[in-house]
Design a protein around this ligand. Sequence first.
Ligand SMILES: Nc1nc2c(c(=O)[nH]1)N[C@H]1C(S)=C(S)[C@@H](COP(=O)(O)O)O[C@H]1N2
Ligand SMILES: [Mo]
Length: 511
Amino acid sequence: MAAGLPGLDATQLHHGRSAAFSDIRRKRRCRMIYCGEYASGFTERFPMPLFIVRHQHSPEACPARDPAMAVMLLNHLSRPSAARHGVVIKGEAVVRGSHSLFFIAEAADEVSLEAFLTPFRQAGAVEVMAASTCAEVVASGGCDQPPAEISAALLDPADACQDAIEAGLLIHRANPLNGETSVPDLAGGAVMPNGRFYLRNHFDIPNLDGDRYRLSVGGLVERPLSLSMRDLHNLRAESLLVTLECAGNGRRLFEPEVPGEPWGVGAVSTAEWTGVPLIEVIERAGLRPGATHLMFRGADGGLVDGHDAPIRFERGLSFDQVREAGALLAYEMNGEPLSPPHGYPLRLIVPGWYAVASVKWLTEIIATDTPCEAHYQAEKYWYQWVRNGHDAREPVTIMNVRALIASPDQGESLPRGETAIRGVAWSGTGSISRVDVSLNDGRWRAARLVGERRRSAWQWWELITRLDETGPLVVRARATDTAGRTQPDHAEWNRLGYGNNSIHCVTAQVV
Ligand SMILES: Nc1nc2c(c(=O)[nH]1)N[C@H]1C(S)=C(S)[C@@H](COP(=O)(O)O)O[C@H]1N2
Ligand SMILES: [Mo]
């Protein structure tokens, strides 16, 4: 993995306290509490290496049999006592009958851990093993790889991965981090809690410093701008509920198989995004005559096939597309500052479009008189169909209409009697006009649309029904949008596996 970010202005990068110690540091096990800390200027956590400790004593000298010794050790192991030694005990357990105790601990260094272990050495033998979390091992590429050196410019992939696992995302790749929302988790409120919002990253996650951050607006503009987060916060703010769906969502369901991240159907989530309407900023800069397109550059980058030098993540839109979509420069997600994995401190949100358009860690906007020709614009994100032996292609733009069944879950057991079939439906073209549900290939029945109809955000739907017979229950759901588009039984196969809006089908068991 790249140890830095190609061609990024160094002032954009995070310069925490640790930068004074060394530019490249090994940050381990420093759990990030993103929102609060990033909002108020990041406070650096110090690395806390992880250890496994094994203590063994002879059966004759089992300290647990000596009441005074036993309570002394027990109190010594208590969390506050460990904390006084700079040690955090994550868990401890005794293997009964073998007189051995294991514990997993974090400690500032081995010296403080050794000091803490003195009473255990007096009671028997002690073995200390340096350890890693599972996320660290996977993110660095295996047990026999040395722990990765993490540049201060990047978020520790192991930390980001650990957070995603703890939030319940299904991880496809640890580095770069890619994970989808589990389908039952889609059955929640109007928005997805930030931690459970799917994550799609092409490169290492930048760790930008919000205080030093600048958005530059240049190219064919009258007045080039360099905006701080404070400048952006002073502009007119808007909040929008927007569903983001990865163009590759459902890729795994295409037959024959296609290359790319093997998403199930959970690479979709909805959030309330708050920020500045992009048009406000563009009007401030003023487009020069002939400027027709905008190019958006993210802070992330690296090597990709077909390019000798590292590239940055870049996408473009025509000015008309920007205006029509109502694009937003978002700094908040569900009322909290963006987290680093979702684009802190600023990302583009393009309502209605497949989420590749919504550039994270946005650092530059460049006005041009030609469409963007960047890698992720020109070489990826094209539907490449094979029709009657001929190739046909079209760029991936707005989202197809689609419904997902959140409940029941695949394989779930349902009691006989009344049950609610529930899910979400969305479309890039407009709002949802109807969702139909079929049970065991019976007739299509109209589901009830729940809540307000919103453009660009998913719609809840439900169908209350009675289940009288036991056995398999095949549920299918099909959405139609206000533009009259509906879902096919099988979406058209394309080489890179985009836009799979085949009708979602779930099989439950009535018991
Ligand atoms: N800078 C940058 N922006 C990006 C990407 C990226 O890799 N880098 N991935 C895009 C893709 S393909 C998707 S699906 C969404 C995912 O956004 P999320 O991770 O916040 O869910 O971000 C888009 N914006
Ligand atoms: Mo995506």
